[in-house]
Design a protein around this ligand. Structure first.
Ligand SMILES: [Zn+2]
Length: 600
């Protein structure tokens, strides 16, 4: 099997709840914003084991053990990395993708795969009619025969080799079933050839996932009674890429000739129930968070999207992640709004209770992206005070930075400036200067002076830069190419790690510290990062951190320039400076004096 893609591990870290994972194994007690317990890794009577939901990280002050949710599973359950990934993915109802499974051979064989998936979907649909339990379940959920047919919903029989028996008579056919993600290869030690595989989906309601042309490309399966995982999706295959596909898009386009808006929900059942209720423009992401790719697809079809997520913690987290992806796709002519359902409701139950009219009234009243952004950030700061408004501005800056230039961006800037109590040009000026917004408000001092000095003043420049990157990985994107290039000349201790971090996070952005730590596990510098995360507190907001990071990079580059100048000077005194060195000498002096003239 191929390597597990980094993006999937990032997603696991982002979606897992470390408190829940550890809490299932260790008795945790809430203490302020964190949780504590007696350490499971060393014997103790008073708790020195802490779990931080903010950092998604644990740390023991007794024995020094620390790590992410994945690291904890490995250490606590004594399992290898792939098994820890599998465990976490299963809890979240995700399928672990492996790179290289969609190889050239499979891609060339696309046509037979479509054909096979179509035949299997038909078989599942027929099996549904023969299984009263499945039919009763769907009836109980309020699905009509008509909608079952429209979505081609089926049933996977409760057997390990039903598909194998019907569709896998030869080696070639079995290979196709595997390429389509319909059967799973057993581990080593299987005896006869026919036993090397088993059916992936057993005793589940099957939702075929169709591409825009209506061809079945994958399935989602839901358990009928209790059981884990509740939802099981096809793995990534040559035909199916979760981050791109939207369940129900084909059915939506077939139902409506002219579409104005799409509603994005979380589940298959939500989608199907909404369609049945007449809200026939609902689609769902497939066991994955909303991606920018999803949004681009949506905006190719309609100018307006409304996200409707459950009114629970997971739903709110999903909405916030959707907002972050949506920012880069926001522009004039597009409308992005968020509908928050009452606690304990999902679209399925709500539309069942209230009916279409009331549900569509809710949709009409959904929060625009800008207002949702303001509301969330306001909850993190007390806007009645200047400090709170300054923090609001700091927190808004990296989010605002994702919005592409244009009319929409200008309007959003005005709205944010209004909240902070500044003019739009003034707010933007402060942001582009990379200074904390605090200095601009009426507060005559930094937001939290003691904290700022404690954090900003400690450690070498390299360490300061690394700490900021670690706590706010997204700020790597704000570093200019020139600032990054300036580091190449530096030979400060630890600068290699800083360069690696910057390059990695610019090539593959991360959102959370735990993702960074997880990427570096087992790599050089990984231990240092974990220690920094365990010891350092997040003090400055993202906007200030970006400014401080960039300032540190500039200083590091200047130091390197200074040292090179000294070396050249020494050489020049000895009278043996080559022509190209004289040129370099001149260039470096220009560079430094230019910077001093700017007052930086
Ligand atoms: Zn310990």
């Amino acid at each position: 099997m191929g390597r597990i893609p980094q993006s999937f591990i990032d997603e696991l870290i982002a979606r897992a709840d470390i408190v829940e994972i550890i809490g299932a194994r260790v008795q945790l007690k809430k203490s302020g914003r964190e949780y504590k317990a007696c350490c499971p890794f060393h014997a103790e009577k008073t708790p020195s084991f802490w779990v931080s939901p903010d950092k998604q990280f644990y740390h023991c002050f007794g024995c020094g053990k620390h790590g992410t949710a994945l690291g904890f599973l490995m250490d606590h359950d004594h399992v290898a990395f792939p098994e820890a990934v599998e465990e976490l993915a299963t809890r979240l109802g995700l399928e672990v993708p492996h790179e290289g499974t969609g190889d050239v051979r499979a891609r060339r064989a696309d046509e037979p795969l479509y054909e096979l998936l179509g035949r299997v979907a038909l078989f599942y649909a027929q099996a549904l009619a023969r299984e009263p339990r499945a039919h009763e379940y769907l009836a109980r959920r309020g699905l009509s025969d008509d909608i079952i047919e429209r979505f081609a919903i089926g049933y996977a029989p409760n057997a390990w080799n039903e598909l194998l028996r019907r569709f896998g008579g030869s080696d070639g056919e079995r290979r196709q079933l595997a390429d389509a993600g319909l059967i799973v290869e057993r581990g080593r030690g299987a005896l006869r050839d026919g036993e090397r595989h088993y059916d992936r989906f057993r005793d589940r309601i099957m939702f075929p996932i169709r591409d825009t042309r209506g061809r079945v490309i994958a399935f989602g399966g839901r358990v009928i009674d209790a059981g884990e995982p509740k939802y099981l999706n096809s793995p990534e295959t040559a035909l199916f890429h979760k981050g791109r596909e939207l369940y129900g898009l084909y059915e939506t386009r077939r139902a409506r000739a002219n579409l104005a808006r799409l509603i994005v929900v979380e589940g298959y059942m939500d989608t199907v129930r909404l369609h049945q209720a007449g809200v026939d423009y609902a689609v769902a992401t497939l066991g994955t968070a909303t991606t920018a790719e999803h949004l681009r697809r949506i905006f190719r079809v309609v100018p307006e999207v409304v996200f409707a997520f459950d009114g629970d913690r997971a739903g709110r987290a999903a909405a916030w992640r959707a907002l972050q992806q949506a920012l880069s796709e926001a522009r004039e002519g597009r409308e992005i709004r968020f509908l928050f359902l009452p606690q304990g409701h999902d679209p399925d139950t709500l539309v069942g209770e209230e009916g279409r009219t009331r549900f569509e009234e809710r949709v009409a009243g959904a929060l625009p992206l800008s207002e949702y952004l303001v509301r969330e950030l306001s909850q993190q700061s007390d806007l009645a005070h200047a400090d709170g408004r300054a923090r609001f501005a700091e927190n808004a800056r990296p989010l605002f930075a994702r919005v592409p230039a244009g009319v929409y961006r200008e309007l959003l800037l005005e709205r944010l400036a209004q909240v902070v109590g500044l003019s739009a040009p003034r707010l933007e000026e402060l942001w582009t200067q990379g200074r904390t917004a605090a200095a601009a408000t009426t507060v005559p001092r930094p937001v939290r002076p003691a904290a700022a000095i404690r954090d900003g003043g400690r450690g070498s420049l390299v360490r300061q830069a690394i700490v900021r990157l670690l706590h706010h990985p997204a700020i790597a994107l704000e570093v200019t190419a020139a600032e990054r290039a300036g580091l190449d000349a530096s030979d400060e201790a630890g600068v290699a790690l800083l360069r690696e971090l910057l390059d990695n996070l610019r090539a593959q952005p991360a959102e959370m510290p735990a993702q960074v730590v997880q990427r570096w596990t087992g790599r050089e510098g990984g231990e240092s990062l974990q220690k920094l995360l365990a010891r350092e507190e997040v003090i400055t907001g993202g906007a200030a951190a970006a400014g401080e990071l960039r300032a540190a990079l500039v200083k590091l580059a200047d130091q390197a320039t200074g040292r090179r100048l000294e070396a050249l000077e020494a050489k020049s005194r000895a009278g043996n400076l080559a022509a190209n060195e004289i040129e370099e000498f001149q260039r470096l002096i220009d560079k430094l004096s230019h910077r001093e003239a700017r007052g930086g």
